[in-house]
Design a binder for this molecule. Structure first.
Ligand code: NAP
Length: 245
């Protein structure tokens, strides 16, 4: 991936951090985003101290001006991505009867509208170059649902339609567009569950363990690399078999 510029949104923690490191380890120049300037600096430090090429940039996906400003900085630095990983996503859980308009709007504007605006901004360079990889982070809840997450599940299912439609628009130009749909991944949230709760979760998974951020990063790396060249409009499930699409 020596000639590739990768943009990974939400690279300061969790899955995005693992994706940024995996792409950088494979030679890509990685721009990783965080919501704050300080977080962005930490992303840059993380990559550079590991001996990789890369930098951090601030991005607030729900704010169109922040998206435009990031695109302008990338263009200025000649770092428009050939690999775009739309990883950042948020939850604002509530049962529908109690869900506030702002909980709905925050999730939709971050997880869907922000992805649309950032992808549109990155696409021009890919169309011109006649190559590119776009990978969107969906979720198993797009397929199986989850009470309290009508807003989040709508966005994660929406990304699948977005991916399939865009894959058909840009295939002619050698650009692939795919989703990765993680299941239960070990995060601070799942680590905080009791042993009993973790045991119950594991029983729903044929591979009998939660996934790791690195498991998800490996799937993204595959789609972004040479091996993923003839795959487009697809969703790769990374869930230990808890849902088989
Ligand atoms: P996470 O640990 O909550 O990290 C979220 C990342 O997104 C952080 O880097 C955060 O930056 C950034 N972010 C938060 N709000 C943002 C905003 N408004 N604009 C731009 N960036 C923002 O997330 P994760 O658990 O690794 O999940 C990554 C992706 O995988 C998400 O799309 C999620 O829906 C999906 N997913 C996760 C799981 C799971 O089990 N973890 C399962 C299925 C799907 P700051 O550090 O600055 O806040």
């Amino acid at each position: 991936m020596q000639d590739e510029n990768a943009l990974v949104t939400g690279a300061s923690r969790g899955i995005g951090r693992a994706i940024a490191l995996a792409l950088a380890e494979n030679g890509a120049h990685v721009t990783g985003t965080a919501t704050t300037q300080e977080g962005a600096q930490q992303v840059g430090t993380l990559l550079n101290e590991a001996g990789f090429q890369g930098a951090g940039e601030p991005l607030q996906l729900q704010d169109p001006e922040s998206v435009s400003a990031l695109l302008a900085r990338l263009a200025e630095q000649d770092r428009m991505p050939t690999i775009l990983v739309n990883n950042a996503g948020i939850t604002r859980d509530n049962i529908l009867i109690r869900m506030k308009d702002e909980e709905w709007d925050d999730v939709l504007s971050t997880n869907l509208r922000g992805v649309f605006q950032l992808t549109r901004g990155c696409l021009r360079g890919m169309l011109k170059a006649r190559r590119g990889r776009i990978i969107n982070l969906s979720s198993v809840v797009a397929f199986i649902g989850n009470p309290g997450q009508t807003n989040y599940a709508s966005t994660k299912a929406g990304l699948i339609g977005f991916t399939r439609a865009l894959a058909q628009e840009v295939g002619l130009r050698g650009i692939t567009v795919n989703c990765v749909a993680p299941g239960f991944i070990e995060t601070d949230m799942t680590r905080a569950l009791s042993d009993e709760q973790q045991g119950e979760l594991r029983q729903r998974i044929p591979l009998q363990r939660l996934g790791t951020a690195e498991d998800v990063a490996a799937a993204v790396l595959y789609l972004a690399g040479g091996g993923g060249g003839y795959i487009t409009g697809e969703t790769l499930h990374v869930n230990g078999g808890m849902f088989m699409g």
